[in-house]
Structure formats: structure tokens, C-alpha cells
Write a protein that binds this ligand. Structure first.
Ligand code: AMP
Length: 305
């Protein structure tokens, strides 16, 4: 029997069916979840494996979408029961999202078990999911070179002790500006980021939606704007595709240097900008290398002084 191909990157997170309402449209049963978005984005750059769980109601058409991206599915479990479901609404300002319902379903009993070739991957992304599950995955990895973790308000409220254990063991924490303020109790983002650096990670990446992202380390700060778009149709997954593209690009290069981190921020911004042009993974499914390269060139031109 041939051995499975080595993976550069493993991503664990939610895999779910979303119902999303914007001022312009409402769609149900969209393929979503933090791991779906992050794996789709990362797979443009590096061999990626997904860790997650779906229920027996998860249709073949969704798996076909995953296969189209080409990431590895050996770490995706199928369990009797219903797939994770989430629904949310964006009101007038697309930056303000309200969660209407969350059904953990098969995620409530999920026990991640990593295939052997996943455990040796050098890069790991713990996308948004219960911190206890992030820890379980981290425990199964053999000395990953670089670990990134994401989180959300819910876990700051209900699982702070586990979240702090995660934060102590990772290289980079990514979170949005309101989460950074909530987690640290600091109003100023610079102060919040420096406080978080004191909790363990070497890097803190704060996402600011349409205002871009900031990367903090003890050595300094790097700022990356968001690629300016004239229309955003669905902001869901912007953070996950940013982070997936970011770590996918780092995993492709294999080295975590200052220059590589900056390049990864550029890639993350551009891939996220494509994602928000359509619902679910619909824009990324059609994305070509040529579209991507063109937008990178246009963006670099905008950033030149
Ligand atoms: P983002 O827009 O980057 O925050 O990510 C949106 C995705 O997060 C959606 O596709 C949801 O399925 C997923 N999501 C929402 N709530 C949760 C939760 N409590 N745990 C894990 N994933 C979630």
C-alpha cells in the first residue's frame, strides 16, 4: 500500500451548514464553518489536511466541493446525527453580524483523532472551535514548527480557562478587534496586543474587517490594509480565509521570517477579498491562479509609496 502524501498544514475547525441573511439576500444550508473556509483558502498554497466532523445529513455535493479544492479529507469524521448549523444576520452595516442560532449537533461529542501523516505536519491552524478541541488536536501533533489559533467571543465567555491554555502553547493568536478588547479588558488595540504577547504567543494578529489587519510582535508592528472592493455580498468567512491564506502561504515557504510573515499578510488580504464577493465558497471555487496573481499585482501597486 502506498503511504499518504506528507502534509505541510493541518487545519481543525467547524464544518457546518450556515443560513445567512444580508440586506440583499437570504440563503440556507450554505457550506460553511471555520475549517471549510480556512482549508479552501490554504489549499491554493500548500498541501492541507482538514480535521472536523459532519453528520449523516452532510450531502455528497458538499464533499464534491471540498474535493474540487483538493485538500485532504482523511481527518474529517462522519458521525450519525446532524451536521453543525449556524445562522446569522448582517444588518445595514455589513460589519455588524448577529448570531441567530448555533446548533453544535455532532460537534458536541466530537473527539478529533488525527491520521498518522497529519501528526507530522510542520504547520497547524486551530481555527475557531471549542478550545478543548483545539487542545486535543495540539496534543496529538509531534512538534509542529508553527501553530496559529483563532477564537471568538463565545469561547472567551464560556471557556476562558481552556482558551488561555491554548494561547500559552501557540506561536500566533489571531482575533478580531472587539475580541482583543473583550479578552484583555483593554480599549486600545496596541495595549491589548502587548498584553496578549505577554501570555505566550510570539505574534498577535488583530483583524479589523474592512480596515485590514495588524501584526504585533516584540520586534514591532506591521499593518496590512484590506483590498478595497466596491461590493461585499457576504462577509462570512473573511477572517477564516484570511488566516487560511496566511498560514497556507507560510507553510508553502516553510520558513517563518519577517519577510515571509509580511508576504503572508498580503496573501491573506487578497484571498479574503475574493471570498466576500459571494456567499459560501462560491467565489473561491471559481478563483483561478491568474485572477489571484492579478489582484496581488494591483494591490502591491496600491501599497507602493
Ligand atoms: P467568520 O465570518 O470568519 O467569523 O466565520 C464564519 C463561520 O464560523 C461560519 O461559517 C460559521 O459556521 C462558523 N461559526 C459560527 N459560530 C461558530 C462556533 N460557535 N464555533 C465554530 N464555528 C462557528
Amino acid at each position: 500500500m502506498s503511504r499518504p502524501a506528507p502534509l505541510q498544514l493541518v487545519i481543525v475547525g467547524s464544518v457546518g451548514l450556515d443560513t445567512i441573511e444580508t440586506p440583499a439576500a437570504k440563503h440556507a444550508d450554505l457550506l460553511g464553518g471555520s475549517a471549510s473556509y480556512a482549508c479552501a483558502a490554504a489549499s491554493f498554497f500548500a498541501p492541507t489536511g482538514m480535521v472536523g466532523v459532519v453528520g449523516s445529513d452532510f450531502g455528497k455535493s458538499y464533499l464534491d466541493i471540498y474535493r474540487g479544492f483538493g485538500f485532504d479529507l482523511a481527518g474529517l469524521q462522519v458521525r450519525e446525527g446532524r451536521t453543525f448549523r449556524w445562522s446569522g444576520i448582517y444588518e445595514d452595516n455589513m460589519d455588524n453580524r448577529r448570531t441567530l442560532s448555533t446548533e453544535l449537533n455532532v460537534f458536541a461529542e466530537f473527539m478529533p483523532e488525527l491520521p498518522e501523516n497529519y501528526r507530522r505536519a510542520p504547520f497547524l491552524f486551530l481555527a475557531n472551535i471549542a478550545p478543548a478541541l483545539q487542545l486535543r488536536v495540539l496534543d496529538q501533533m509531534r512538534k509542529p514548527r508553527f501553530v496559529v489559533a483563532d477564537t471568538m467571543d463565545l469561547w472567551i465567555n464560556v471557556a476562558l480557562a481552556d482558551l488561555k491554555k491554548v494561547i500559552r502553547r501557540i506561536d500566533l493568536l489571531t482575533l478580531n478587534e472587539s475580541e482583543a478588547r473583550h479578552l484583555t479588558g483593554e480599549r486600545m488595540l496596541v495595549t491589548a496586543a502587548h498584553k496578549l504577547l505577554g501570555w505566550g504567543p510570539r505574534y498577535i494578529l488583530i483583524k479589523k474587517g474592512e480596515h485590514g489587519a495588524m501584526l504585533f510582535s516584540k520586534r514591532g508592528t506591521f499593518l496590512m490594509p484590506a483590498y478595497p472592493l466596491d461590493a461585499v455580498n457576504d462577509p462570512t468567512g473573511a477572517g477564516d480565509t484570511f488566516a487560511g491564506g496566511f498560514i497556507g502561504q507560510l507553510a508553502a515557504g516553510g520558513k517563518v521570517t519577517e519577510e515571509a510573515l509580511r508576504r503572508a499578510m498580503l496573501v491573506g488580504s487578497v484571498i479574503a477579498s475574493f471570498n466576500v464577493e459571494a456567499f459560501s465558497l462560491n467565489r473561491l471555487r471559481k478563483l483561478t491562479r491568474r485572477d489571484f496573481a492579478r489582484r496581488i499585482t494591483a494591490f502591491k501597486h496600491m501599497l507602493r509609496i
